[in-house]
Design a protein around this ligand. Structure first.
Ligand SMILES: Nc1ncnc2c1ncn2[C@@H]1O[C@H](COP(=O)(O)OP(=O)(O)O)[C@@H](O)[C@H]1O
Ligand SMILES: [Mg+2]
Length: 255
């Protein structure tokens, strides 16, 4: 479904993504993990058209899409969530998702259907478990609710491939499990293929079919979750961060 070859992104003299290649099969959930700053969001930004790659190709359903504008990529069927939710706070929950439903229709000015946008919004909200009533405000939503809203907006654009960026940040353990189950449900019930980016490894490994690991912009490992989590290169990269986290927690307790 998606074939990425030799993807590179440079910011000035800094190479954020260095010659990364991978494939995603129809119906699969691919996990993309790596420490902070390893290039995960940058890959998503290139896949979704936020900015063009410095080099490499991105083929989606047989067509080259590298460098296309975001709205063109959405209309080809690639939807995304953002790591940091930024909803329109003056609009209701429903209106935020309805807007995404309009956006996902593509076409020319005047050709959009409100009925279709509303239907897409209702389905998406029901899928993620947010209220479908038209008045519910965005303000009442906590971290988990805002993540659900991000997901509903992406779903309302009608994606075949969903790019989910760090859906777990700021969630407690129970909410993380729920978020993971929801991505599974979206794949199982809607048949949407998913690439899920996360720097927290645990919950993701339970849900994904396959996982790819980035470090300093390069792919260092790829395969089944069981194989990748015992790969010495992956352990080395993650050990540093885990040790830091353990020390930080211990220091917190002593205070
Ligand atoms: N727009 C940008 N301009 C300059 N540097 C960037 C930009 N976006 C990301 N970077 C840098 O690229 C690297 C990878 O970032 P990112 O893809 O956001 O990492 P991750 O999502 O894995 O935490 C980081 O060093 C980051 O500072
Ligand atoms: Mg990121």
């Amino acid at each position: 479904m998606l074939v990425v070859e030799g993807l590179v992104k440079r910011f000035g003299g800094f190479t954020a993504v260095n010659n990364v290649s991978f494939k995603v099969d129809q119906g699969e959930i691919l996990g993309l993990i790596g420490p902070n700053g390893s290039g995960k969001s940058t890959i998503f930004n290139m896949l979704s058209g936020t900015f063009p790659p410095s080099a490499g190709s991105i083929t989606f359903e047989g067509h080259e899409i590298a460098g296309l504008a975001p709205h063109r990529i959405i209309n080809r069927g690639i939807g995304r969530t953002f790591q940091i939710p930024r909803p329109f706070r003056r609009l209701t929950i429903f209106e935020n998702v309805e807007l995404a439903g309009f956006y996902g229709q593509g076409g020319n000015r005047g050709s959009h259907s409100r009925a279709k946008a509303d239907e897409a919004a209702e389905k998406a909200l029901a899928m993620v478990g947010l209220p479908t009533d038209r008045q519910a405000p965005v303000d009442g939503l906590g971290a988990a609710g805002l993540k659900k809203l991000e997901l509903a907006k992406a779903l309302a654009t009608g994606p075949k491939l969903l790019l989910a960026d760090e859906s777990l940040g700021g969630l407690d353990e129970h909410e993380m499990d729920q978020a993971a189950d929801m991505l599974r449900k979206i794949r199982d019930e809607l048949g949407i293929t998913i690439i899920w980016v996360e720097h927290i490894m645990g919950v993701l490994m339970r849900v994904v079919d396959r996982v790819m690991v980035l470090d300093h912009g390069e792919k260092i490992s790829e395969g089944l979750p069981s194989a990748v989590s015992s790969d010495p290169k992956v352990i080395e990269v993650y050990l540093g961060t885990d040790a830091d986290a353990t020390q930080a927690a211990a220091a917190e307790q002593r205070r």
